[in-house]
Design a protein around this ligand. Structure first.
Ligand SMILES: NC(=O)c1ccc[n+]([C@@H]2O[C@H](COP(=O)([O-])OP(=O)(O)OC[C@H]3O[C@@H](n4cnc5c(N)ncnc54)[C@H](OP(=O)(O)O)[C@@H]3O)[C@@H](O)[C@H]2O)c1
Length: 430
């Protein structure tokens, strides 16, 4: 067997801790599969994590992660500290410059600085690997970059945030509203104390930007992702979705065509017949459409200590075994610069929920505004009500342009009979 690969882990929280545990528990299996041992030589974290004591016999413990870069014994540094800037970025830049390979789970870092880091890696010949950054335990990076290498991929989409999927599932199953379910998810550890990145769609957007670059061979372009989260989804909308034959999912959707690159993150009404519709709870699902393979869907746990560490260790295993690929599917110089298609050009079907006071002619006014903006209604759901009472009116539309729809809804909102801000959810027909 060849010489062992010396690995150091920086950041021993959830993912770093899981990585240390797998390297310890599955050491023999990994050595057989990689043709050489993977030796954990050092860890760096300012805080001692006693729960890992049984895995850290003889492993050097440093407080300063940057010291790992200068350690000549370290071949690979696992960055599991987090954050798009600060120490994580500094560590990755310094290590790659020095020719040391980086394995990271940090989607924020790759979404924002993946291009610059890839450049450094290409110059020094080091590996930059980030399987764990997208969809946790699902090996989706390998899938699109290697498994689907024979295909032109034109669309990639999925449920990329387990926290949001868990909240939407709970809301549907219990009929409770967003805030209540979010609070419970925080108590159970399924949502962070600051849930912004998850529930506002930013985490999904980070992952989508990485996924679309790898799938389409274009530059990572996080800034052009259209991002909406799930805070505005109400229990009422979830009930209506059920009634209309849909599930509400927060999806990241990317497509590429002659028009350019579409990257959008927002709640979607997905027909119950779609393969992605029954993916519930903390699970993730990613679908890629290739010209030869057709549709491929992968489902699994998108976060958590063990699934995410599984992906981290798969990357370490590739380095140990000497398996090399282009960081972003093709060399940096060959990546396409795809112009972003603005969301206003989106064409699709819509679900619209209005709160309308029952007044003579109210509905005729709404219908006229929609007609004037080329929006044609597909179905209308209206409960019985007493005159003067405000009740929900739900309508679905045929295909319409986003810009027309937005203008129509703005005008509808200004009607006296429309009591609250209309709720719009895009319908996706997969
Ligand atoms: N958790 C998941 O399920 C998951 C899934 C996919 C990807 N990720 C990504 O994985 C990364 C790590 O996430 P995590 O959930 O494992 O975070 P975490 O539990 O907060 O772990 C981060 C660890 O890094 C330590 N740390 C802070 N500053 C450090 C420094 N200067 N040097 C060395 N260590 C330092 C932290 O210590 P303190 O606690 O004392 O600050 C903590 O122990 C993030 O980029 C995240 O987006 C996480």
């Amino acid at each position: 067997m060849s010489e062992a690969l010396n690995v150091a882990v920086a950041g021993l929280g959830t993912v770093g801790g899981g990585t240390v545990r797998i390297l310890h528990e599955n050491a023999d299996l990994l050595a057989r599969r990689c043709g050489r041992a993977i030796h954990l030589c050092a860890v760096a974290d300012p805080r001692r994590h006693d729960r890992l004591n049984d895995c850290l016999d003889g492993v050097e413990w440093l407080d300063d992660a940057l010291a790992l870069v200068e350690d000549p014994n370290v071949d690979v540094i696992v960055e599991t500290i987090g954050g798009s800037d600060g120490i994580a970025k500094k560590l990755c830049e310094a290590a790659l410059k020095k020719g040391k390979s980086i394995v990271t789970a940090n989607k924020a870092l790759i979404a924002h600085h993946g291009m610059a880091l890839t450049k450094i890696a290409e110059q020094s010949g080091a590996t930059l690997a980030f399987e764990a950054a997208v969809a946790g335990g699902i090996p989706i990076i390998k899938s699109v970059r290697e498994g689907l290498a024979a295909n032109t991929i034109s669309k990639v989409y999925g449920i990329l945030n387990g926290t949001c999927n868990y909240i939407l599932t709970e809301m549907r199953e219990t009929g409770r509203d967003f805030e209540v379910v979010l609070k419970e998810a925080q108590e159970k550890g399924y949502a962070e104390a600051d849930p912004t990145f998850d529930v506002d769609g930013i985490d999904t957007a980070h992952k989508l930007a990485i996924l679309s670059s790898l799938s389409f061979g274009c530059e990572i372009d996080f800034d052009s992702v259209h991002i909406e989260g799930i805070r505005s989804v109400s229990a009422t909308d979830i009930q209506y979705a059920d009634e209309l034959g849909y599930r509400i999912k927060l999806l990241g959707i990317a497509t590429i065509s002659e028009k350019g690159l579409v990257q959008r993150v927002h709640p979607c009404m997905v027909p119950l017949s779609a393969p992605i519709a029954p993916i519930e709870g903390v699970f993730n699902a990613v679908v890629a459409e290739g010209d030869f393979v057709d549709t491929v869907m992968q489902v699994g746990r998108g976060a958590g200590e063990r699934p995410t560490a599984s992906a981290v260790v798969a990357d370490i295993g590739d380095i140990a075994a000497g398996r090399r690929t282009q960081t972003l599917s093709v060399p940096l110089k060959d990546l396409k610069k795809a112009p972003p298609v603005p969301m206003t050009e989106h064409v699709g079907e819509y679900y619209v929920r209005l709160t309308v006071v029952d007044k003579p002619g109210a509905f005729a006014d709404i219908a006229a505004i929609l007609r004037d903006h080329d929006v044609s209604m597909e179905a209308v759901l209206q409960r019985a009500r007493d005159p003067g009472e405000a009740v929900p009116v739900v309508l679905t539309t045929h295909e319409a342009k986003e810009a027309d729809m937005a203008e129509a809804v703005k005008q509808i909102h200004s009607l006296d009979a429309v009591a609250e801000s209309p709720c719009i959810i895009r319908i996706e027909s997969f």
